[in-house]
Design a binder for this molecule. Structure first.
Ligand code: TRP
Length: 453
């Protein structure tokens, strides 16, 4: 058997896995959804979704990856030879490509904003100006593509360097840096006069806002946030050591990820409210509201550059985990050299990704083209987040219970009896057997409109 590259330390496992979870989702999805959907009340629903669906799928993926010691397609082939289960692996590869198509585009905008902030583009900017700057960027026919290619070059170089020398080494350095930069932004935002309104927006529990839709949003977010349902964690799990505590790692990653999301919210909303603006989500929040708000503070430009730098770090470490999925597949299943596999995947993304980055807004070049009423950008997001990921997660937990079976599971989760965690394993088994599948099926049917409660 070929000698596989692996994460060498437990800390490396943590930073790499957390690096995958922490991404654009923490900055432009979580804080906004929380504020809009009942603050602390939403956080409670989100935590329930994490515990009952996100974490169980993450742990299941770790188990599959580490046990098979292989990429998602190879892993299911090894654990269930002669069956069709490896289709889950292919679906994961497809999903990671689709996510990469729009994610690399947005990351490109983020990269470009670091330089825009430093060069003073936003000093004392009015809403009209920040709106115009963003509009110009995304309607340009070449600029977004150039930035997207720069992003792909950065991510590819790290992936080519390898699991240990690339992913592990980079995330070990970058994740602490991200945390410190975020802390800086928090301190600045929370010491602004009127900051408390933003804290209230984020945390004040309002249980009247909890509707069925909110539960769907929370589940989708839990999957996207934790990078589960598409083989990413199978791939990373295959690089874990046999002594790594799988449930423990998953819990730590999920908790740290929530902490980062809340810190991002505390960097953004106090400032938004302090200057009397309305909270927004997605591209609007990140590329129009934030530059305007931050530029109003003393030394705001530096802070803005710091903010986009930390967002770029978050997006970059998340993209490493996305690109690693097809690369691991090509290397192990197709015998392709790592460099070639990476360059081929990146080139495909660059080629097709321009359809996403040029269609992100109705005013942009391809924005007028609609498929099923969605732009390319939204279509890639919808197919991956609302269809492939819930399906992948569902089949993964079904596989764990009905194919792998309880005995193997107990062995894997307790590291062959070395960890004394019987009660954790039993609880996990009940959740993956009964609760996660039911929850995912109900929410999936509802979200694609087959079932209406
Ligand atoms: N978790 C990342 C975020 O919040 C996105 C991400 C990276 C992802 N890898 C993934 C989502 C794999 C789903 C599957 O931005």
């Amino acid at each position: 058997m070929q000698n596989r590259d692996k994460f060498t330390t437990s800390r490396g496992v943590m930073t790499a896995t957390l690096g995958s979870a922490v991404g654009l989702g923490n900055i432009w999805k979580f804080p906004y959804f929380t504020g809009k959907n009942g603050g602390a009340a939403f956080i409670i629903i989100y935590l329930i979704c994490v515990v009952l669906a996100g974490l169980p799928v993450m742990i299941s993926e770790f188990v599959i990856g580490r046990r098979a010691n292989s990429n998602p397609v190879g892993a299911f082939k090894k654990l269930a030879p002669g069956t069709a289960w490896h289709a889950i692996g292919y679906s994961g590869i497809a999903a990671s490509f689709l996510i990469m198509l729009f994610y690399t585009g947005v990351a490109g905008w983020v990269y470009s904003y670091i330089f825009r902030a430093i060069s003073g583009n936003f000093i004392n900017a009015s809403p009209e100006i920040t709106r115009e700057v963003f509009g110009k960027l995304i309607t340009s026919s070449y600029e977004p593509i150039i930035w997207q290619i720069i992003v792909l070059v950065v991510v590819s170089s790290i992936i080519i360097a390898g699991v240990q020398k690339g992913i592990e080494r980079m995330t070990k350095a970058l994740m602490p840096l991200l945390f410190v930069l975020l802390l800086l932004c928090d301190i600045r935002a929370l010491t602004l006069p009127g900051a408390l309104n933003g804290v209230e927006f984020l945390f004040k529990p309002d249980f009247t806002k909890l509707t069925r839709e909110v539960v769907i949003i929370a589940l989708g977010l839990a999957f996207f946030k934790l990078s589960v349902g598409m083989g990413t964690m199978v791939t990373y799990g295959s690089y874990f050591d046999k002594t790594q505590n799988l449930p423990g790692t998953a819990v730590k990653v999920a908790l740290s990820d929530i902490l980062v999301s809340m810190m991002a919210g505390l960097a953004i909303f106090p400032a938004v409210f302090a200057f009397g603006f309305e909270p927004d989500a997605g591209p609007g929040l990140l590329f129009i509201t934030i530059p305007m708000v931050f530029s109003k503070m003393p030394l705001g430009n530096i802070l803005l550059a710091i903010f986009f730098l930390l967002t770029a770090i978050a997006a970059t470490t998340a993209m490493m985990s996305l690109l690693e999925v097809p690369v691991a597949y090509l290397v192990e299943e197709k015998g392709c050299p790592r460099t070639k596999a990476t360059l081929m995947s990146a080139a495909t993304i660059a080629l097709l990704g321009s359809t996403a980055s040029l269609s992100a807004d109705t005013g942009s070049l391809l924005g007028g083209i609609k498929i099923f009423g969605k732009t390319f950008f939204d279509l890639y997001d919808y197919i991956s987040s609302n269809i492939l990921m819930p399906m992948g997660g569902l089949f993964t937990v079904i596989f764990i219970v009905w194919v792998l079976g309880k005995t193997n599971l107990e062995r894997e989760l307790s590291n062959n009896g070395r960890l004394n965690n019987e009660s954790v394993v039993n609880l996990f088994y009940i959740i993956v057997k009964y609760i996660s599948p039911l929850l995912i099926i109900l929410i999936f049917l509802d979200s694609i409109g087959i079932l209406k409660f």
